[in-house]
Design a protein around this ligand. Structure first.
Ligand SMILES: [Ca+2]
Length: 201
């Protein structure tokens, strides 16, 4: 026997096991590759998209004209009256409801704001006729209608988008106003608060 072959003979069973393991591994790998290839190339597919799903939000925008000096009168005498008209507009995209509050100064402590009477009416025939529905008729100092609290309250006024309404204002210094009011002054700010009506009962 050739002595050089003896080590080879001793290694033969190990080599055989290694060869079988390699064969098995190759077989599994080949099956996997063929399977995956068959899967990825053998079915029809499709995909479709629905685009352009756009969203925007609406707006609540109140417009007032005039924006200042709706009612002014200097050197009023008892019995004098001053008139003004205010156009309230909804220039936003959503229906709104609005309410009014006011604040009047009393720097001279003569309380003229409590002595002047203010009346606010809807348009009716015209502000000159002053025959609309009365929204307020009491002292200038407390002038208000509706409520700027969230939600619908008595006196709140509703305006559709792109619509407007005219309110008629009239301030009067009563004829019975006494001498303590001479030389008195007050300045009033009317504030209008609007809110959406949608989802806001
Ligand atoms: Ca309200």
């Amino acid at each position: 026997m050739d002595e050089r072959n003896e080590p080879d003979l001793a290694l033969q069973p190990r080599r055989e096991r290694r060869r079988r393991r390699l064969l098995a591994l190759l077989l599994v790998s080949t099956i996997g590759t063929v399977g995956a290839g068959a899967f990825s190339i053998a079915i029809f597919t499709d995909s479709q998209a629905v685009g352009a799903n756009a969203f925007t939000t609406g707006t609540i925008t109140l417009g007032l004209a005039p924006a200042s000096a709706l009612l002014t009168s200097s050197a009023m005498m008892p019995g004098d009256t001053v008139n003004g008209s205010l156009v309230v507009s909804n220039t936003g995209t959503g229906q709104l409801r609005y309410a009014m509050t006011s604040s009047s100064t009393n720097a001279d402590a003569k309380a003229l704001r409590d002595q002047i009477t203010l009346t606010i009416k809807t348009l009716g025939t015209s502000c000159a006729a002053f025959d609309g529905t009365s929204l307020y008729n009491a002292a200038l100092s407390a002038a208000a209608f509706g409520s700027n609290a969230q939600g619908a309250q008595a006196g709140d006024r509703t305006l559709n988008a792109a619509s407007s309404e005219t309110l008629c204002f009239r301030a009067t210094l009563p004829l019975a106003t006494g001498n303590t009011y001479q030389g008195a002054a007050t300045t009033t700010t009317f504030t209008f608060d609007a809110e959406q009506t949608a989802n806001n009962p």
